[in-house]
Design a protein. Structure first.
Lengths: 290, 524
């Protein structure tokens, strides 16, 4: 039964709209600024002031950053480690979580304790580096994907998710002649799509943001992901002022920094909406009744 | 059927990924191919430097040197014109690894721990590196120095500043020692009828006048004298230290004839300077939000022609002048050495932006070490020095009729040559023709060179203090915060003195003791 909106209801509504608008703008405006500056003529930007719409449209910044193929190559590297890395993550995390979800597994408690331990303590940078080096992964892209293949936190959450799937389903699948792998692939994973999509997003964003591991493990600058370049162009340029560098004239103009930011953020921004519909759907779906 | 489709999909993925991995791990092989290609190129005809250096005689193969340096903007390719020219002149093949500045210290630590160091590695003078040096990982090069004409011709202070336990373990990337200067708006001073300030009171008067007496004549109160920022009081090149030194304070530490150490902030002149800023702040003559603002933000106000006094590196004057002209074509900056009641006094700085060390594990024989030192020595020869600081003749610069160099394409220089200039060895004013530039830039360069005579060194620069290595950062932050609070008026003078006492009790006293002990050991 739709109630007629009383005055006080309407006022509350308007206040809500207003607050939402304010918060929405506060979130969006900085990004609009970044995009606008990247498309503005550099001389206009040097004059200062806030720019929300390019006063003088110019592609100079983009021409500059695409004049060498460094940025495109690093984008390729980033996409590669995000896609392949996430696939590796999902495969291995689910392969480990599924057996651990079975309470009759021998040694289960021990393994879970081990996982918990790694979440609390870590070996430190240099011992980890030695391990990666001993396995021969240094200076390859695998060093960014394999050592971090399974995140302890995600593993435990996924295990709990698998545990919540009713045994009846798995039993009936077994009766129909499925082996364990089949149950995993045909029953459990399709039912866990919302969880998988969520983890895919977490892992993907984590891979997209890789920069520190890349610097430490990879010496070949052709293999650096886009975040390393982004950091150099935007942050190091700023912090170099007042440093012992002789000439401060090489600080990248604001437009170029903004262009690199747009370039580095755009892909992940485009991917978000597609994944969002998966886990939004999953949240609404209840589990199987009965 | 579906599961086999999944399985085959996974297999295909693994296969593709495997092949790509084979390609990427083959990249290290590519590097070796590249360097052998380069040495082949070496021996064939290639006269890029245009200085008539023929290919090396058949019995002397180019010496291969691996280097690790800090990344400067974009990384140049290994076969860039500049690198090929350097290799040809010095008869070497170079393998330069550029490490991003954002994780530089961590990466160097990892490289040292895993023994993956190159033959020449650029490091900075930090406690971690000092202890690596003390553990004997690197060659001591002090005794070899006089075999090299260019290296030994430099001012000994450069080498003094990077000694560990009194011994020299590396070659510094030379930077001017006395580069601080006062950059100010000359047209404003003329309009206000004032002179370049030389005492605390004069600084106050000039800064005040620039704010309230409308020096740009636009009828609005929108101009500033001094502009502070959040790093004004911090770091080894703090602007507050530079200013205070010129007026009589010590450079970070004072040591008297009994070997007693006193920190700069206990010196009366330093307090005078702080009090001056405090007064200016209270009167609204300083940007009220300075504690939250980066220096880059503050620079924009100078560029917008709305600020008039800056204590900075002298060579900044040239770029500040060209930037402000974009907004205000009549603006005139000038630069003068920092002068006080005792004449010109310039706080001596590090004199380097890091230094190269040579790991014994990679430089196995003394012969190899000498070859590497020869390489560095040759970088200071006129041809190489000019190549690094000017680029290629008629591409980046040209020679003028009166024997100077003039920029043809400065932006191209910045992109192609600057990384080498900033990371290798070169020296302005040594075996190189002067640069013809705007008058203010030439004046600034001359000031930076002349200032070496007037520098006041920091006596604690090469002394090690375990307490400082452990807690120095914390203690420095404490004092910086105290200074900022004092200037902003959040604490009064008594409160500031209390902070100094806190600094002392939290470790300052121990640091002083340790410095005094080290100093006595040096027998100076």
């Amino acid at each position: 039964m739709v109630q007629d909106k009383t005055l006080s209801n309407r006022i509350v509504d308007y206040i809500n709209y207003f607050l939402l608008l304010v918060f929405g703008l506060a979130a969006v405006l900085p990004f609009v600024y970044v995009i606008a500056v990247s498309f503005t003529d550099p001389v206009e930007v040097a004059k200062g002031g806030i720019i929300l719409f390019p006063k003088k449209f110019s592609l100079a910044a983009y021409e500059y950053i695409f004049s060498t193929n460094v940025l495109l190559r690093s984008l390729g590297v980033s996409i590669y480690i995000t896609v392949v890395g996430t696939i590796i993550n999902l495969v291995f995390t689910s392969l480990m979580a599924y057996p651990l979800a079975k309470t009759y597994l021998r040694g289960r408690q021990l393994i879970l304790m081990g996982v918990l331990f790694t979440m609390l303590f870590s070996g430190g940078l240099i011992p980890t580096y030695f391990v990666v080096k001993a396995v021969g992964l240094t200076n390859t892209l695998w060093s960014l994907m394999i050592p971090s293949a399974i995140s302890g936190f995600n593993l435990i959450v996924l295990k709990n998710f698998f545990q919540s799937i009713p045994e009846g389903l798995e039993d009936s699948a077994k009766i129909d002649g499925c082996n364990d792998f089949g149950v995993l692939l045909r029953i459990v994973i399709p039912l866990s799509m919302p969880a998988m999509a969520t983890f895919a997003l977490f892992y993907a964003v984590g891979h997209w943001n890789t920069f520190f591991s890349a610097i430490i493990y990879i010496n070949d600058n052709k293999l650096w992901p886009v975040q390393v370049l982004l950091r150099e162009v935007v942050i190091m340029a700023q912090s170099r002022i007042g440093d012992t560098e002789m000439d401060e004239a090489m600080i990248q103009p604001l437009t170029i920094r903004m262009a690199v930011i747009v370039f580095a953020t755009l892909p992940i921004l485009l991917v978000y909406p597609f994944l969002q519909k998966h886990f939004a759907k999953g949240v609404l779906l209840g589990s199987v009744k009965g | 059927m579906r599961s086999s489709k999944w399985l085959s999909l996974i297999c295909v993925l693994i296969l593709t990924v495997g092949t790509i991995a084979a390609c990427s791990s083959g990249s290290s092989n590519n590097q070796n191919d590249q360097s052998s290609k380069q040495s082949q190129q070496q021996n064939s005809t290639s006269n890029q430097a245009g200085n008539g250096q023929q290919a090396a005689p058949a019995d002397e193969k180019p010496f291969h040197i691996t280097l690790a340096v800090s990344q400067v903007d974009e990384i140049p390719p290994q076969d860039s014109e500049i690198q090929l020219a350097i290799q040809e002149y010095t008869n070497t093949t170079l393998d330069i690894q550029w490490i991003p500045g954002s994780a530089y210290a961590d990466k160097i630590n990892v490289m040292i721990a895993a023994d993956e160091m190159p033959m020449a590695m650029r490091v900075t003078y930090t406690p971690a590196i000092i202890s690596s040096i003390q553990s004997g990982l690197f060659w001591e090069i002090g005794p070899y120095l006089d075999q090299f004409p260019n290296l030994s011709a430099q001012n000994p202070q450069y080498y003094e500043n990077i000694k560990v336990d009194g011994k020299l373990y590396g070659i510094p990337q030379y930077r001017d020692i006395g580069r601080a200067a006062l950059i100010f708006r000359k047209d404003w001073l003329e309009k206000l009828g004032m002179n370049v300030p030389k005492t605390v009171d004069e600084y106050y008067n000039v800064a005040r006048a620039m704010v309230s007496d409308d020096p740009d004549g636009d009828g609005q109160n929108n101009t500033y004298g001094f502009l502070l920022h959040k790093n004004f009081f911090s770091g080894s090149a703090a602007a507050s230290t530079r200013l205070a030194v010129s007026l009589g304070a010590p450079n970070k530490w004072a040591v008297d004839e009994n070997g007693k150490f006193t920190p700069e902030f206990e010196h009366p002149v330093h307090l005078e300077v702080l009090k001056m800023f405090r007064k200016l702040y209270q009167e609204g003559a300083i940007n009220q939000d300075f504690a939250a603002v980066d220096e880059s933000e503050v620079l924009k106000i100078f560029d917008a022609s709305r600020a008039g006094l800056r204590v900075a590196v002298a060579q900044n004057a040239g770029s500040m002048q060209s930037r402000v002209l974009q907004t205000d074509p009549n603006a005139v900056f000038d630069v003068e050495p920092l002068t006080g009641p005792m004449g010109i006094r310039v706080s001596g700085e590090l004199g380097n932006n890091g230094f190269f060390v040579f790991p014994k594990s990679k430089v196995k024989t003394e012969e190899d070490l000498l070859k590497i030192l020869t390489f560095f020595d040759k970088l200071l020869d006129e041809d190489m020095n000019t190549l690094q600081r000017r680029g290629i003749l008629n591409k980046h610069y040209e020679e003028t009729a009166d024997g100077k160099h003039k920029w043809l394409d400065f932006d191209l220089f910045q992109r192609e040559v600057k990384p080498y200039r900033d990371m290798l060895l070169n020296m302005e004013g040594y075996k190189i023709l002067p640069l013809q530039d705007t008058p203010i830039a030439e004046k600034a360069q001359k000031i930076a060179e002349d200032n070496t005579k007037y520098t006041v060194p920091n006596p604690a620069l090469t002394l090690t203090s375990p307490t400082y290595s452990e807690r120095g950062g914390e203690l420095d932050q404490l004092m910086t915060d105290a200074m900022i609070k004092f200037v902003m008026g959040n604490i009064d003078e008594a409160g500031y003195q209390a902070e100094i006492q806190k600094w002392r009790s939290m470790g300052g006293d121990k640091i002083i003791q340790e410095y005094e002990a080290e100093y006595a050991k040096m027998g100076k």
